[in-house]
Design a protein around this ligand. Structure first.
Ligand code: ADP
Ligand code: GLC
Length: 486
């Protein structure tokens, strides 16, 4: 189809607003789609941070009477690579101090159903006959529960475009009390098991999974895992029923943002052909994090949300043994208060060997990818995961639990895979502290064999994780969905 037009509705987009990988994907995939000729526009809520960075913009629509919602406006701006951006401005819902989903105290905003109900609603309006814009999307690409009601509203609308619902993480479901159905003016008939109802609640996620014309998720392996317990998180039955309309597409990475040869956050640039700069980054990182300056000490890095999903409790458990190996560890993360405290305590107990920064820092995340020798990511589950992709590009082999996208993107280092040039990290099965420790131990042993370590790093850096291939796979899905409609 010539000039395929897609509305990409998302609750976060880098660099404007980011809590995790969804923002990275929303920042990069639309640009990659445009590069292959798809006319994509991004729709995002006008959070304080977004409005502050918007720059030149026009008001392109007003929504004064969407039933159940406060008045809102649509502002049009532009992102990098000339990707058009539509910002949904509704100050009473979005212009606040705090994050997109939670207040500064770390609690979910009490009116999230309304906040993301509006985002979902406007995405649906822009995809049907009611759209006030000249530009009409052929298809709406929704992301996670925050846009889950879009496919439901489109289902009941006139002249509606089909929808694709992308799962980035099934753990987050957007479940709200049943009264919400009335408050948001959803058709009462949709509150049923064949609809948006989920154990007596309104589930935004289930709405997306049930009504979308097609479902995607961010790795082929996760697409299989979620059709069963435990990783289906209650949606496995529905997902298994829809398995023929479920496609796993591995995320790519923004190779302009994440390239050690041009990364402005680094102490020194480097590349596969000129690796010398990596040592300077290690030294800078050791110095910055208060670690002993030792070029030969294996340095492990972590950049992560500190939540149960990420499995870092196992790493904290074995950290004293790691320090004894010896090895060094740097951790950057924020999240659950208890884990933040554990990370801080650990770095106090092992000065010179374990360094931590509790918080969110784009700079430091790049510096860790570059300065560490290896990257640890023992996630209990991981739909795709981006840090293990970044770390491979930065010649910092990842150590991962072989789940979801981690299993799809990291090839475990064995004598065979090292020989055939596919090895790109270390992976373990069986989510135990012992298995994690044994795998880190294995990685450190290889680190001390410099010839093999160099070969492993070279493999990592030769891998192509650019978005182009994934963008083509999304375009194929769009075309298939549109073909089916006709
Ligand atoms: P998830 O989206 O589940 O958190 P991903 O690996 O897909 O996991 O993406 C996480 C993204 O967020 C990466 O870009 C990572 O660098 C970034 N990130 C996570 N925690 C932090 C932090 N504390 N500071 C800076 N960046 C972070
Ligand atoms: C989610 C997942 C992560 C994935 C990201 C982007 O946050 O937890 O695995 O990489 O979305 O798709």
């Amino acid at each position: 189809m010539a000039g395929l037009k897609v509305l990409f509705a998302t609750s976060e987009v880098a660099p404007l607003i980011k809590t995790g990988g969804l923002a990275d994907v929303s920042g990069a995939l639309p640009a990659a789609l445009r590069a292959i000729g798809v006319d994509v526009r991004i729709l995002v809520p006008g959070y304080k941070q977004v409005i502050a960075q918007l720059g030149q913009h026009k008001v392109v629509a007003t929504f004064d009477s969407l039933p159940g919602f406060p008045p809102a406006r649509l502002l049009s701006g532009t992102m990098a690579h000339d990707v058009p951006l539509l910002v949904l401005e509704c100050p009473v819902l979005y212009q606040r101090d705090g994050g997109p989903y939670q207040n500064v105290g770390g609690h979910d905003w009490a009116d999230n159903a309304l906040r993301f109900g509006l985002l979902s609603k406007v995405a649906a309006v822009l995809g049907c006959n009611e759209s006030p814009l000249d530009w009409r999307s052929d298809l709406v690409h929704c992301n996670d529960w925050q846009t889950g009601l879009t496919p439901a509203w489109l289902h009941f609308a006139q002249g509606a475009a089909p929808s694709v619902f992308a799962i980035h993480n099934l753990l987050f479901q957007g479940n709200f009390p049943p009264e919400t159905v009335g408050q948001l003016h959803l058709p009462p008939s949709c509150f049923s098991i064949d609809g948006v109802e989920y154990y007596g609640k309104l589930s935004f996620l289930k709405a997306g999974l049930f009504y979308a014309d097609h479902i995607t998720t961010v790795s082929p392996n996760y697409a299989k895992e979620i059709q069963k317990e435990p990783l289906g998180f209650g949606m496995q039955g529905l997902l298994a029923t829809r398995r023929n309309e479920l496609t796993g597409i591995l995320n790519g990475i923004d190779t302009e943002e994440w390239n050690p040869a041009t990364d402005p956050h680094l102490a020194k640039p480097y590349s596969s052909a000129r690796m010398v700069g990596k040592a300077a980054n290690k030294e800078a990182l050791q110095s910055m994090m208060g670690l002993n300056l030792d070029p030969n000490m294996p340095l492990l890095g972590v950049v992560s949300r500190l939540t149960h999903q990420k499995g870092l409790d196992l790493l904290l458990e074995i950290a004293p043994r790691l320090a004894g190996l010896p090895a060094q560890l740097v951790m950057l993360g924020n999240g659950e208060a208890q884990m933040e405290k554990a990370v801080r305590d650990l770095s106090r107990r092992y000065p010179g060997q374990i360094g931590a920064h509790v918080g969110f820092s784009e700079d430091l995340s790049h510096q860790i990818e570059a300065g560490a020798d290896m990257f640890v990511m023992p996630s209990r589950f991981e739909p795709c995961g981006l840090n293990q992709l970044y770390s491979q590009c930065y010649g910092t082999p990842p150590i991962v639990h072989a789940t979801g996208g981690l299993a799809d993107s990291v090839v475990d280092c064995t004598p065979e895979t090292l020989k055939d040039g596919t090895a790109s990290g270390f992976a373990f099965l069986g989510m135990t502290a012992e298995n994690l420790f044994a795998t880190i131990h294995r990685a450190i042993a290889l680190y001390h064999d410099q010839a093999k370590w160099k070969a492993l790093r070279k493999n990592c850096m030769a891998k192509d994780f650019s978005w182009q291939r994934s963008a083509e796979a999304y375009r194929e899905v769009y075309l298939k969905v549109l073909g089916r409609r006709e």
